[in-house]
Design a protein around this ligand. Structure first.
Ligand code: F0G
Length: 459
């Protein structure tokens, strides 16, 4: 059931078909290069793109901009203690700032970090410390069709195999990402979190939860894990997070703010190390790279994120978009995750081979047909992995309505109608850092000659 009404609005417009075609070409067929003004429904990310509540806007005005000892920091400390159960925190400018602070304190050259699935920035920060990020998703996590309740879980079997191979002394860090963004926003059960806690104890590793979408995860726990059938989302969240030694948080997700993040921990020694790194990279530890007003807004947002009415509306909205896209015939990853609908672009465009990026072709066609922006998470973003060709349509929090989703579904239907005419793409300019190529590379439609050659010259 809808949980709010609008008080401030932002005008949007659908550019003409000609403008969309030109914008796509100007952007080098890369949706990251599109101007937001050229986008009608923007589902690029749920990160920092949501609408704040009136209470959060009021908190902005009361933000305390003192360099040290800001009262906004005290409010955030108290919100983190109440909502997440941790007493000490180091604020950072956003989630990756928290990753830099925490993983820099925990990892050294030659170490191995285990994670159900490393998000891109997590992987990059682990590598940046000279350590090796190893994913431990469960079997079937990348299968878009199996309908299991906790496809985001951490595989202890895989983790044990890694430890057997490299030795426990090389694995000082075990991370659990809730929800599992890189596995279609799938949730993690509390049962799995407990097991990972016990495993980390066994190998004497620090156990960190990447808590970006902790409230969304807790919602699924209350709906899918019998033990929590009568629990509130707030209670389930506290229980799950309480198993960790430390949290890394991007406030841009379930902090319900446009910018901000933090590290939280009750480990005094780790806290001191993080504080020192935060002073170097972020700012003094009572503001850490945020304005006081943003700290104040996040303190309010964290409490709102676990309100039953908010979180139920949020998850149901994402599920509704998934159902609408499925109804027009798009192959949607099942079950629909917490923050986004993921589409199997390989199945959408069976005629486009992986090296012509069917996911990127789907992103481009959704924009061309309806000014809808999504993001590719297949062989363009993750070269040389065996992931499925997924496209993510992420839903900003408290921002879009049923009418926007009607438009997205109509757009998807129009794309499906011409699915056999859509060309694949090839990269024409490749940036220097291959892991980050999908943010800036330019592409163009595969030429008729190449398509014909790939077809065995049958044209
Ligand atoms: N961890 C996870 C699981 C994330 O999804 C993100 C960001 C981060 C860490 C980094 O946080 O952006 O505040 O620095 N995910 C965004 C996305 C960018 O679109 O999924 P950040």
């Amino acid at each position: 059931m809808v949980a709010y009404k609008s008080k401030v609005v932002e005008r949007i417009r659908l550019p003409s078909r000609e403008r969309r075609a030109a914008a796509l070409e100007e952007a080098g067929y890369n949706a990251f290069n599109l101007a937001a003004d050229d986008v009608f429904v923007d589902l690029l990310t749920d990160s920092g793109t949501g609408a704040m509540s009136d209470d959060q806007w009021a908190a902005l005005f009361r933000g305390d901009e003192a360099y040290a000892g800001s009262s906004s920091f005290d409010q955030l400390t108290s919100a983190v203690a109440d909502v997440m159960g941790f007493e000490r925190l180091v604020p950072t400018h956003q989630g990756r700032g928290a990753e830099n602070v925490l993983y820099g304190a925990l990892l050294s050259e030659g170490d191995v970090a285990l994670n159900n699935t490393h998000f891109d920035t997590t992987r990059a920060h682990v590598s940046n410390q000279g350590a090796e990020p190893v994913d431990c998703p469960i079997a079937g996590a990348h299968d878009p069709e199996t309908d299991e309740p906790f496809k985001g879980n951490f595989s202890l079997e895989r983790a044990r195999a890694v430890v057997d191979e490299v030795g426990a002394e090389r694995v000082p860090l075990v991370i659990q990402t809730v929800t599992n963004n890189s596995t279609a926003g799938q949730p993690v059960s509390v049962e799995n979190t407990r097991r990972v806690r016990a495993f980390a104890d066994e190998i004497d590793a620090t156990f960190v939860i990447d808590a970006c979408r902790f409230a969304e995860n807790a919602y699924f726990v209350t709906r899918r894990e019998d033990e929590f059938a009568d629990a509130t989302v707030a209670d389930a969240a506290r229980e799950q997070l309480g198993y960790a030694d430390a949290l890394v948080m991007s406030g841009k997700k379930d902090g319900l703010v446009n910018v901000g993040g933090f590290v939280a921990t009750d480990d005094g020694a780790l806290f001191e190390r993080c504080k020192q790194r935060a002073i170097l990279y972020e700012g003094f530890p009572t503001y850490g790279g945020m304005a006081g007003r943003d700290v104040a807004a996040m303190a309010v947002g964290l409490r709102e994120a676990v309100e039953e009415s908010y979180i139920t509306d949020r998850i149901e909205q994402v599920r509704e978009l998934g159902a609408m896209l499925e109804a027009v015939g798009l192959p949607v990853y099942e079950p629909v995750g917490g923050h986004a609908v993921y589409i199997d672009a390989g199945a959408t465009f069976p005629d486009i081979p992986a090296d012509e990026f069917p996911g990127q072709a789907l992103v481009c066609e959704l924009y061309r047909e309806g000014g809808v922006r999504g993001v590719e998470l297949g062989s363009f973003a993750f070269p040389e992995t065996d992931r499925p060709e997924l496209v993510r349509l992420a839903v900003p929090r408290r921002t879009y309505h049923r009418e926007h989703f009607d438009h997205v579904a109509e757009t998807a239907e129009a794309v499906l109608e011409k699915r056999h005419e859509v060309a694949g793409l090839e990269i024409v300019s490749n940036p220097a850092v291959p892991e980050l190529r999908h943010f800036t590379a330019s592409l163009e439609p595969v030429s008729a000659e190449r398509a014909a050659a790939a077809d065995g010259g049958s044209e």
